[in-house]
Design a protein. Structure first.
Length: 462
């Protein structure tokens, strides 16, 4: 709970309901005189309408993304697949959050287009009294860093932080500074304008990324095979079956057509590269090696951003081994879809160890197939989408098996053309990094400015 107090204060034993003392408290001296304060319970009302689940009826269930990124359609399921007896319809313009991940900034305002959807009890909704506070202003308050810290402290549950719940009574007990409505509107408009600038920068990044793919494909003469599915009822010949499963065989394409080129010869990747080769480590236990965990590979640039240096004894067992110029490609969701793929370079003692969730691809002849050319193809969005067809494992822990790479057919242009492709791709990624940096800087600036405005430390013209 956030309350008005000095930094030094007394809490009576009977008033202490949690072993949590707020790290930063709201002080009236920080705010203009025409601002007021209110408990959240005074300015919102919880949505209590529920509907009983009907077994044979379909329900569009939604979730709330982390970091204030809005709500999303999670799945459409029949009532008999739901564990709840009741679900709650979404209400337009309601404030909603995820009780389990409020500490991750899982807050949102319900858009009009989601009013035919439903949520479980883990996603409480609240109607805002717009005579006192705008829904989006309430959202911006809860996205402030200091508010998120207080939410984290107020969340309770098991030892695992991912099971901590931010309960409704704690949400309603927060105290919030309330500027006059025109000031709230001005702050919200400033935030919206900044979001438009950030979205415009993101679109420029998307355009550049698309340009990378188009240029790469054009230079190699690749014709992308559309990732289409057959009808629900379909006929397939025995010799066309690659593996069992209706879901797998409903797709029309195969690995020989995925990156089809009529300009250059097609080769099977495993004929030109080793997939997950075995490395013999001829180092003593005290010698140093490079260690690359999954988080060290940037999904934005496709490069190793922060390798670690470890003693060989610490990592030689239980990790994936690779050498200089090997391509490492994340096989697990969502790292694979996000593009975590890099060429291992400048490894200590020419050897590296890393996450077991990497596949390793090593060119058999770099004068014929360049590692960076493999990297360029494996980072294509088209290929990453296609790889999801081959996922194995349980939900949340799905992986692309090695046979996807082993059986993948790729075009093999002359090395000089490969170099031209690589140089173009690297240049484009440099432009993308510049645009991303500008967008991220703008995002940080508006985040800091919103916090200053909401905490009364900065004024805004109305």
């Amino acid at each position: 709970m956030i309350s008005i107090a000095q930094r030094a204060y007394v809490v009576l034993w009977k008033e202490l309901d949690k072993w949590i003392i707020p790290k930063q408290l709201l002080s009236p001296s920080h705010f203009p005189k025409d601002w007021s304060f209110a408990l959240v319970s005074e300015i919102v009302g919880q949505v209590t309408d529920r509907v009983k689940v009907i077994p044979d009826k379909e329900y569009k269930m939604v979730g709330v993304k982390w970091y204030g990124k809005g709500i999303f359609h999670r799945e459409t399921v029949k009532g008999d697949s739901l564990s709840s007896t009741y679900v709650t319809p979404l209400v337009s313009d309601a404030f909603i959050y995820n009780r389990l991940f409020a500490w991750k900034g899982s807050f949102a305002i319900v858009p009009d287009e989601y009013t035919d959807c439903f949520v479980s009890t883990e996603f409480p909704q609240f109607i805002v009294n717009e005579d006192r506070i705008l829904p989006r202003y309430l959202y911006l308050f809860f996205m402030c860093k200091n508010t998120i810290k207080a939410v984290n402290e107020a969340s309770i549950g098991s030892a695992a932080v991912s099971r901590n719940r931010f309960k409704e009574e704690d949400f309603l007990d927060f105290e919030i500074p309330l500027p006059p409505l025109p000031i709230q509107q001005a702050i919200v408009e400033k935030w919206r304008n900044a979001q438009e600038e950030i979205r415009a920068a993101s679109k420029r990044v998307d355009t550049l990324e698309k340009k990378i793919a188009e240029t790469t494909l054009k230079n190699v003469g690749i014709k992308l095979y559309l990732l289409e599915k057959r009808q629900k009822s379909f006929l397939i010949y025995w010799d066309e079956i690659e593996r069992w499963g209706v879901a797998f065989n409903r797709w029309k394409w195969n690995l020989s057509e995925l990156l089809l080129s009529h300009k250059h010869p097609m080769v099977v990747l495993s004929d030109e590269a080793f997939i997950n080769p075995t490395n013999n480590v001829l180092l003593s236990d005290d010698e140093l090696v490079s260690f690359i965990p999954m988080e060290a590979v940037s999904d934005k640039t496709g490069e190793v951003a922060a390798p670690q240096i470890r003693k060989c004894r610490e990592v030689k067992n239980g990790y994936t081994r690779f050498s200089n110029d090997d391509v490492i490609w994340a096989k697990i969701t969502p790292c694979m879809q996000n593009g975590k793929c890099a060429v291992a370079r400048n490894l200590k003692n020419y050897i590296g160890f890393g996450s077991t969730e990497f596949h390793v691809i090593r060119s058999k002849d770099k004068n014929r197939l360049m590692p960076d050319y493999i990297w360029s193809l494996l980072r294509l969005d088209h290929l990453r989408q296609a790889a999801q067809r081959y996922f194995i494992g349980s939900a949340g822990q799905q992986r692309v098996p090695a046979d996807f790479l082993s059986n993948l057919q790729i075009p093999l242009p002359p090395v000089e053309i490969q170099k031209t492709i690589i140089n173009g791709v690297r240049k484009a990624y440099s432009e993308i990094a510049h645009e991303r940096e500008a967008a991220e800087r703008k995002s940080r600036e508006i985040e800091a400015e919103m916090e200053a405005l909401i905490l009364g430390m900065k004024t805004i013209n109305t």
